[in-house]
Design a protein around this ligand. Structure first.
Ligand SMILES: Nc1nc2c(c(=O)[nH]1)N[C@H]1C(S)=C(S)[C@@H](COP(=O)(O)OP(=O)(O)OC[C@H]3O[C@@H](n4cnc5c(=O)[nH]c(N)nc54)[C@H](O)[C@@H]3O)O[C@H]1N2
Ligand SMILES: Nc1nc2c(c(=O)[nH]1)N[C@H]1C(S)=C(S)[C@@H](COP(=O)(O)OP(=O)(O)OC[C@H]3O[C@@H](n4cnc5c(=O)[nH]c(N)nc54)[C@H](O)[C@@H]3O)O[C@H]1N2
Ligand code: SF4
Ligand SMILES: [Mo]
Length: 737
């Protein structure tokens, strides 16, 4: 028996772990108590890694779909050859834009492998149009809003030394988004130190437990509510007039457009007391340090970009950005060395008006590239550019794409569907080829990715400390496995297709906000590169060489890298924009509509909202017997008043219906919900052509959505929250029909 130290990489919290290994197999995972930041923290997903790795459902051999719909194992090198031949034929006939890739959360265990998919499409010349990421059905409004507002280079105030913090539609205790290291304890410590935490959530979430104030609004009304906070801050002149005068412009426009959002007006729309709105605004503005941040609860409504823009304005008004002489809150370790001045990168328009709009819904080309909300239509819409082949990399679009029926129709219509996964996921069960990847404990990894996410806006996975860790591969794959990781898969595919692939390594920036562009490094054309070599390539030019990080197996805090922020440069005239006209027009529209979202109706009296389970990472974990065995489905949580109103008991099977579809689910009681809401996790359920099994598979909430009904006019993300639904009990005799 031996032990090894490494990282759990199911999610980008990247907790350091200690793994017990017996006969080449991991038998136990615990937190690494010697790690400086995490103090031994892990969650149930990390502690059950061994059961996931050796689950009977783990895929160990490539699978090829037979004519009868069943699957047969084939050698992985043969699967790759056959996929390469088919792709060559498809591209020869229909052009390179007929092939798309979609990357999802399964890549957290090995992000460089997904980068290789991008290099492959770049070599084909189709990266911008055909590289789909689930980040575009997540919180894409963060990047758009940051472009329109401008980006403060040294970053926002840190959670660790703030005295007021507002979480809107985010639940880091479960999601670890924003706070990676034992978020529950971090929040408890901060509150113990005197932080006033304010949580805005229709549910008294796990993060709201320690809140000084919990606002429990109607779902889907966040821009209205945030506009009202701004109304109070501006009307009562609570903002930082010096910071605004030096660093921002557009205050008059912002003041004019938020003027109608008085606390009394907003209270009527949003359903929280006007006094609580005032208390929130005053507590925040009068504190010395702290931020207002958003999560998916905010972004899945249709005005996520606007809500994000308004929180950026609120942080700017209150001067919540790190100043000269203070410590940068996202110091680089594996990212390159860049000068950090207390100044903004200027606002810019993140869409391109000089080129024709896209094929689907006439959406413009934006810095987000190809957007997953349009993927099904890109496959189903005939004409030049129609997608005929799709490669899914650690993604499960059969349950994650909003509009499940349409997505299934699209996936079924493809000439070639390939899934690179670790189990026969919903998507794999539709694929022509399924190619098995290595799992978390079998791949090396670094914390590089968590440093990079800061460029995607506030409250992403970015780390507040100059911390880095490298984890080697800790155990070999099970004997007799024939795996192929996505990095090698795409590199070999590129070579078989005669492409000269180039790695774009270690960029510091995104869109038009660059601190340092990527280094272009040609990839070998005559050999594979292994995952460790790929990590070296992708961290080229890092502030601390990866070789140095490797010397610290428990991870290391590089406190000496915490340089104070430099003053504003004399020639910098960039200013943060408070009154962007497109955002102000959208705010006017929200006011004209008397809120962000429609009210529930008699036919659909409840609003469906999103939540995350601590046992699953979207669909990852469903095949782990110790996690799935405990809660194999996603309960439909309802307030006891609603259970009573609809004649349902906890544990009953119910039919949930929206204007767009219906699913079966198991009802569960949740006293912490705002009455009138139905709270469910996503990425569960069976495919539309399979028998529903609400007890063992759950229900797919995406089936209640329609990507073509209501969508964001820039990036096509449909409404994925505050979806009007009804529920009815299902007669036990027809359960499962
Ligand atoms: N209705 C509704 N829809 C939603 C959401 C919602 O809240 N409600 N949330 C949205 C959001 S925020 C997101 S990010 C997306 C998520 O969308 P996806 O990323 O498509 O969904 P996941 O379930 O995370 O898919 C991960 C896949 O990777 C596989 N996997 C796990 N480990 C590995 C590995 O080591 N290697 C490889 N190659 N594969 C692996 C899993 O088996 C799984 O099939 O869903 C979106 N869709
Ligand atoms: N354990 C676990 N961790 C995960 C995931 C997982 O599946 N499991 N998924 C990962 C992914 S892909 C992502 S994108 C992140 C997301 O990370 P978060 O954005 O923190 O996601 P949630 O934990 O779902 O928290 C969203 C909160 O918004 C609330 N909410 C719902 N509707 C509204 C609304 O209209 N307004 C407001 N103000 N609040 C609302 C919900 O009740 C919920 O508490 O989590 C990641 N982390
Ligand atoms: S899944 Fe859990 S243990 Fe693993 S990195 Fe995320 S929070 Fe840590
Ligand atoms: Mo996500």
């Amino acid at each position: 028996m031996t032990t090894a130290i490494g990282m759990c990489k199911i999610c980008p919290a990247y907790c350091p772990i200690q793994v017990t290994i017996e006969n080449g197999r991991a038998t136990k995972v615990t937190g690494d108590r010697t790690s400086q930041l995490y103090n031994g923290y892990t969650c149930p997903k990390g502690r059950t890694l061994p059961e996931g790795h050796y689950a009977p459902e783990r895929l160990l051999h490539s699978q090829r779909r037979r004519a009868d719909g069943g699957y047969e194992p084939i050698p992985s090198h043969q699967a790759l050859d056959e996929v390469a031949d088919k792709l060559k034929a498809i591209i020869a006939e229909h052009g390179p834009e007929s092939l798309a890739v979609i990357v999802g959360n399964g890549i957290a265990s090995n992000p460089p492998a997904a980068s290789m998919a991008g290099f492959f499409l770049s070599a084909l010349g189709t990266f911008d149009e055909r590289f789909f990421s689930v980040g575009t059905i997540d919180q894409p409004g963060k990047l758009i809003a940051q472009a329109l507002h401008g980006r403060w280079i040294p970053g926002p105030h840190a959670f660790r030394d703030s005295d007021a913090w507002i979480l809107v539609g985010a639940n880091p205790v479960i999601s670890k988004m924003g706070l990676e290291q034992n978020p529950a304890q971090t929040i408890k410590d901060a509150v113990g130190r005197g932080m006033k935490l304010i949580v805005v959530d229709p549910r008294a979430s796990e993060s709201a437990t320690h809140a000084f104030l919990h606002l429990q609004p109607r779902p889907g009304q966040d821009s209205t509510l945030i506009a009202s906070f701004l109304n109070v801050i501006i009307a009562e002149k609570l903002y930082d007039q010096t910071f605004v005068a030096e660093n921002a412009e557009g205050l008059d426009a912002l003041a004019r457009h938020v003027a109608p959002f008085t606390p009394e007006y907003t209270a009527g729309i949003v359903g929280v007391p006007a006094d609580d709105i005032r208390l929130t605004a005053r507590t925040f503005a009068k504190a010395k340090r702290g931020c207002i941040v958003t999560g998916t609860g905010t972004h899945f409504g249709l005005h996520g970009t606007l809500a994000e823009y308004l929180i950026l304005c609120m942080n700017t008004l209150c001067g919540r950005w790190v100043r000269a002489g203070e410590l940068n809150t996202h110091p680089h370790v594996l990212l390159p060395e860049v000068p950090v001045h207390a100044q903004p990168l200027p606002p810019y328009k993140p869409w391109d008006e000089t080129i024709p709009n896209g094929r689907i819904h006439g959406l413009p080309k934006t810095i987000l590239g190809a957007t997953a909300g349009t993927l099904a239509e890109e496959i189903l819409t005939p004409g030049k550019g129609q997608i005929r082949a799709l490669i899914c990399v650690g993604s499960n679009p059969a349950v994650s794409l909003p509009g499940q029926r349409r997505a299934a129709q699209a996936l079924d219509s493809l000439d070639l569907l390939v899934s690179l996964d670790v189990s026969m996921s919903n998507t794999a069960r539709k694929a022509h080829y399924v190619i098995p990847d290595y799992m978390v404990l079998e791949t090396p990894g670094t914390t590089h990715y968590t440093e990079y996410t800061k460029y995607y806006g506030l409250w992403t996975h970015a780390n507040e400390f100059p911390y880095a860790m490298y984890s080697p591969a800790l155990v070999p794959p099970p004997e007799n496995a024939d795996l192929l990781d996505p990095g090698r898969f795409f590199h070999r595919l590129g070579r078989k297709m005669g492409l000269n692939m180039v790695a774009y390594a270690n960029p510091a920036g995104v869109g038009q906000h660059w601190e340092k562009p990527p280094a272009a490094i040609p990839l070998p054309t005559d050999r594979d590169i292994d995952p460790d070599e790929l990590l070296d390539i992708l961290t080229t030019g890092s502030r601390v060489p990866l070789a140095e990080i490797r010397k610290h197996p428990h991870g290391k805090l590089f406190d000496e890298l915490n340089d104070p922020v430099l003053p504003r440069q004399a020639d910098c005239d960039a200013r943060l924009a408070l009154g962007d006209s497109s955002m102000m027009n959208e705010l006017d529209l929200v006011f004209a509509n008397r809120g962000d979202a429609p009210d529930p109706t008699d036919e659909f009296p409840l609003l469906l909202i999103t939540r995350r389970s601590n046992d699953f990472y979207n669909s990852t974990g469903r095949h782990n017997p110790r996690l799935g065995g405990r809660h194999p489905h996603n309960p439909a949580y309802l307030h006891p008043d609603d259970l009573k109103r609809f004649g349902v008991d906890s544990g009953d099977t119910i039919r949930v219906r929206s204007q767009h579809g219906d699913i079966h689910a198991i009802a569960a009681r949740d006293t912490r919900l705002r009455p009138g809401t139905l709270s469910m996790s996503h990425c569960f359920g069976t495919n539309p052509d399979e028998t529903a099994d609400p007890v063992n598979q759950g229900g797919c909430t995406s089936a209640l959505m329609d990507a073509n009904a209501e969508f964001d006019p820039l990036f096509g993300q449909p409404r994925m929250n505050a979806v009007p639904v009804s529920i009815t009990p299902v007669d036990p005799e027809i359960r499962g029909q």
